[in-house]
Design a binder for this molecule. Sequence first.
Ligand code: NDP
Length: 412
Amino acid sequence: KRNVLIIGAGGVAQVVAHKCAQHNDVLGNIHIASRTVEKCQQIVDSVREKGSLKTAGELQAHALDALDVEATKTLIDKTQSQMVINVGSPFINMSVLEACIQMGVAYLDTAIHEDPEKICETPPWYANYEWKRKQRCADKGITAILGVGFDPGMVNTYAAAAVKEDYFDRVESIDIIDINAGSHGHYFATNFDPEINFREFTGRVWSWQNNAWVKNKMFEVKRTDDLPVVGSQTSYMTGHDEIHSLSHNLDVPNVRFWMGFGEHYINVFTVLNSLGLLSEQPVLTAEGQEVVPLKVVKAILPDPSSLAPNYTGKTCIGDLVKGQKDGQDKEIFIYNVADHEEAYAEVGSQGISYTAGVPPVAAALLIASGEWDVSHMVNVEELPHRPFINLLNEMGLPTRIKDEQGDRPLSF
Ligand code: NDP
């Protein structure tokens, strides 16, 4: 399969475009589409400026409203794309997936579908949307890889590696820990779209414990870990896409997700949330103007993509896996450390976008090679983990493992 259509033109799309360009000898022509063609053109210009294209090949920007299935189908056809990497807002997933199914092309995304009307979806998340299309994908032989960013994405592969390799006889728990120990230098900013970012934290927190869904409040449950490179870090139990698919696909009784927040972030977030400024419900001003508080907050916060040039520090994201081996309790931590400044130097984006944007391109390469061209819909943990980890070791996201034998690179 060749020729890639990238949908979306945000921070993650920028990374996807650069990485596709670095591998265009395999991936073929590259097209980038979002509603605002100028944003796509900026990405095209940045790829050209950095000289990221490996060989001469098409690289073009297009205007597309991806909620319009017919328009998306037309663009897939016009560009002769055989793979679509959807890194647009999660509101467009089901429309883009529909266009891919109808056109018979491969589909990849990095986040679960969201309904703009619903602030907090209740599990089972994938079953509410994407998985309803499983049968149609299988019937038409469509390869659809869901949630192939970092988290979800790489962390699903790490979970699969922990369960399927010979580390454990029995896995008791998978705790996914996501720490951004970087600094952007602003009083307050979100690393990606504030609307999407806050939605993760304003609702209930769901986790999979003792083979059942458990509900908590945000910032109610926390842990502190001494992690490689980033040191002692506190993280809070958070609901996240991959908890659902991992709990469904791997026979592990406890799957939880933890995201690191500084006290300052929590204080500002708590004030905004308590005042109602994160609400998506419109309010009337005294002058009779209708405003959506969350949209106002988004408008005044720094644009997440503007954070990249001055971002310093590192991220550490990984899976802490506990279980038993040969009758003994055992734990391993499989993880990656990424550097904001290195990401910016290579592709002009901050580290969060980098960690999210490199894996879908590795996945596209594995579809092109046939290793991941499975002709049905899957989550990442259902695919062979070895080629993915090995490929990402070479593409800028090296995996490491820490266990009783020490802390070392992981490859197969
Ligand atoms: P941005 O908000 O920066 O970009 C989203 C893009 O979607 C915009 O460029 C927007 O462009 C485009 N878009 C929105 N609506 C439409 C539409 N109807 N048709 C076409 N394009 C549209 O997001 P990020 O780049 O930060 O993130 C992209 C995706 O990656 C998100 O789904 C996010 O949740 C996910 N993500 C996943 C991570 C992971 O590790 N798995 C980590 C970080 C992000 P325009 O306005 O021009 O249409």
